[in-house]
Design a protein around this ligand. Structure first.
Ligand code: FPP
Length: 261
């Protein structure tokens, strides 16, 4: 860990560094977090370290999504949300956004049999209408095909940002109020939660961020209010099932008070 990162860790009590898992991890013994959210960072660095094009890092990152999804299902996690493409990612060179969209379409097609076999439901959050038509179709087909699966829900955040989600929710609530169907005084936490893309899912218990950065990067800003944050130096393409167990073991050591004492 660099000195700069160590200092940032010391300044950020909610974020802790990864520690090696014990032989039998708490992840095996205690109930898993109900919902895990992941900021999958470091694909570009992983590729650069190997002298490879960035897309190779994303491809390897897609393999990590597969492994971690499987790991979550095996451990009994109910919901897994992965930040696959942010609204800000559209600013990347077209070559990279095209490649990411192609990879996404391919990933969905390849994963569908496994999602069905493992009874995993696929859902998406974000401005998915921004995605290219082929991608949107592959996504919608997989969402429809997996709708009845009941073991775990995999949520892809695509063209997503917490602020754009909140903007869309505020607009929807204002429209309801203008139609006379909503009294602004009735707007409370539950009403806002039910206007968000995540309305069908519980808030995440654990947020994992790879590659050592201590930022939320506009991810699930409302939903992460009481979420435990776990940051590991590992780059996303190197993150696997054992790292998932380490993160869950660290989560079990936290004391969650939700603002109480
Ligand atoms: C961050 O790495 C990662 C992304 C912008 C996209 C995440 C995408 C994947 C894991 C692969 C595709 C996902 C699916 C679901 C098929 P970065 O490029 O910002 O890395 P860097 O910070 O090292 O440059």
């Amino acid at each position: 860990m660099s000195t700069e990162v160590s200092e940032r860790v010391a300044d950020t009590p909610a974020a802790i560094q990864a520690s090696p898992a014990a032989a039998v991890s708490d992840a095996d013994l205690l109930p898993p977090p109900r919902h895990i959210a992941i900021i999958m960072d470091g694909n570009g660095r992983w590729a650069r370290e190997r002298g490879l094009p960035r897309i190779k890092g994303h491809e390897q990152g897609a393999a990590s999504v597969r492994a971690v999804t499987e790991g979550c299902a095996e451990l009994g996690v109910g919901y897994l949300t992965v930040f696959a493409f942010s609204t800000e990612n559209w600013k990347r060179p077209k070559e990279e956004t095209d490649a990411l969209m192609g990879l996404l379409e391919q990933f969905i097609g390849q994963e569908l049999p496994g999602l069905m076999k493992n009874r995993i439901r696929l859902r998406a959050i974000g401005r998915t209408h921004d995605l290219p038509p082929n991608c949107r179709k592959a996504l919608q087909d997989a969402i429809d095909a997996t709708a009845q699966n009941d073991r775990m829900t995999l949520i892809l955040a695509l063209s997503y940002s917490g602020r754009s989600e909140l903007i869309d929710a505020v607009r929807a609530l204002c429209r309801e109020a203008l139609r006379g169907e909503l009294n602004p005084d009735d707007i409370d936490t539950a009403r806002i939660s039910s206007a968000l893309d995540t309305r069908d899912f519980p808030d995440p218990d654990l947020l994992i961020r790879t590659s050592g950065e201590m930022r939320l990067s506009n991810f699930l800003l409302w939903q992460l209010s009481y979420t435990e944050i776990y940051v590991t130096e590992k780059l996303w393409p190197d993150f696997g099932k054992d790292d998932l167990r380490d993160a869950i073991a660290a989560f079990h050591k936290r004391e969650r008070r939700f603002g109480g004492i």
